[in-house]
Design a protein around this ligand. Structure first.
Ligand SMILES: Nc1ncnc2c1ncn2[C@@H]1O[C@H](COP(=O)(O)OP(=O)(O)OP(=O)(O)O)[C@@H](O)[C@H]1O
Ligand SMILES: O=P(O)(O)OC[C@H]1O[C@](O)(CO)[C@@H](O)[C@@H]1O
Ligand SMILES: [Mg+2]
Length: 329
């Protein structure tokens, strides 16, 4: 540790943005690691909104007992619009100082990381980000906690829909979450043997969808599954369904999976990565890191500067699409 780096005696942890399965496993790991190292640990309830309200409680070992397997987050979470305002962030910094909290661990997505970054830049507060979002849309890390569970939940749902699609000889459009990112859609598409995936950042290619369905019909297929990434707002699958009906005379069904993808008990993979990240977050503060993220790259946890995690990512989109096309022949 550099000689001029102040020792962290107390830290706070919060969850922000959409909840994701595995957040609790990460909170547990942060709390247990910190206490084991003699660091006082506080939970901030309801994300940045709770910070501004001073909704902060000291946590002990049993505060995080029996939560590793639970979905949601015991700390609750929020989307806090005021946090975009510098004066409001100044208030947040004062609240942390008044509570003698030396560092903040933020478990959340790209938006939550943007909030943590500004707090660090403006008020020199040590921050560590733990990537927790089902969207897997944070640059600098190949993985974000919750993605695997969300994909598994969606895959189970599509398997069920496939039974009906097959029994009734129907085509289904199944819309999955992911906002601007199509990672859930792509992985669900591969794992359910979908005929086509509609990406969130591209115009819908109706000719391709229709020729795919027709090709399948010609070789005797009676049902098809098309996965739709939701984009800016939910409901695109219904627009596609209407266009297929009115312009191509094709009758299809649409199903929006919605928030069932965000809840539920985390998979073993999410519990494992969350436990490792929580531990690494606290260790890294002890080692003098002050504005970093616990990233998961090439199978290992590594500390990456928060500044490297501020843009979206789209690596692997093309190769995943290629696989879907190759297998839907
Ligand atoms: N540019 C920003 N500056 C300050 N705070 C921000 C900024 N962007 C987002 N935040 C804070 O982070 C919160 C969560 O952001 P957002 O709603 O984008 O979710 P997220 O963390 O990306 O998670 P997810 O996408 O998984 O729901 C916002 O409500 C706001 O309080
Ligand atoms: O629950 P809310 O606030 O409607 O947010 C929905 C969004 O949150 C996410 O589930 C990520 O948390 C996105 O995939 C989705 O677009
Ligand atoms: Mg986000």
């Amino acid at each position: 540790m550099e000689a001029n780096i102040k020792t962290i005696k107390s830290l706070a942890v919060l969850c922000s943005g959409g909840d994701s399965p595995g957040m609790n496993s990460a909170v547990r790991s942060v709390v247990r690691t910190a206490i084991g190292m003699g660091i006082d640990v506080y939970g901030i309830y309801k994300g940045y909104s709770g910070l501004l309200e001073g909704n902060i409680q000291k946590l002990n070992l049993s505060s995080v007992g029996n939560i590793i397997q639970r979905g949601g987050t015991i700390l609750d979470t929020s989307r806090c619009l005021e946090f975009h305002t510098p004066e409001i962030r100044q208030e947040a910094a004062h609240i942390l100082a008044r509570k003698h909290i030396d560092a903040l661990i933020v478990i959340g997505g790209n938006g939550s990381f943007a909030g943590a970054m500004t707090l660090h830049q403006e008020h020199d507060i040590p921050v560590i980000g733990i990537p927790g979002t089902i969207d897997n849309d944070i640059s600098g890390t190949e993985y974000t906690i919750g993605f695997n569970t969300a994909v598994q939940t969606a895959v189970n749902a599509v398997d069920n829909i496939r039974d009906t699609a097959s029994a009734h000889a129907r085509t289904f459009l199944v819309e999955v979450m992911g906002r601007k990112s199509s990672f859930i859609a792509l992985q669900v598409g591969i794992c359910t043997g979908a005929e086509h995936v509609v990406l969130s950042n591209q115009a819908v290619d109706y000719e391709k969808i229709v020729s795919g369905i027709n090709k399948g019909t010609e070789r005797g297929k009676t049902s098809s599954i098309i996965i739709v990434a939701e984009g800016e707002k939910a409901g695109l699958s219904y627009e596609i369904k209407d266009t297929l009906m009115t312009q191509y005379n094709l009758s299809v069904h649409a199903c929006i999976l919605g928030h069932i993808q965000r809840g539920g008990s985390p998979t073993a993979l999410d519990r494992l990565i969350a436990s490792k990240m929580g531990y690494a977050a606290v260790q890294s503060l002890n080692q003098g890191l002050r504005c970093h993220v616990t990233a998961f790259n090439k199978g290992e946890i590594e500390m990456v500067p928060l500044s490297a995690c501020m843009t979206g990512k789209n690596e692997s989109t093309e190769s995943q699409l290629e696989l879907i096309r190759a297998l839907a022949i």
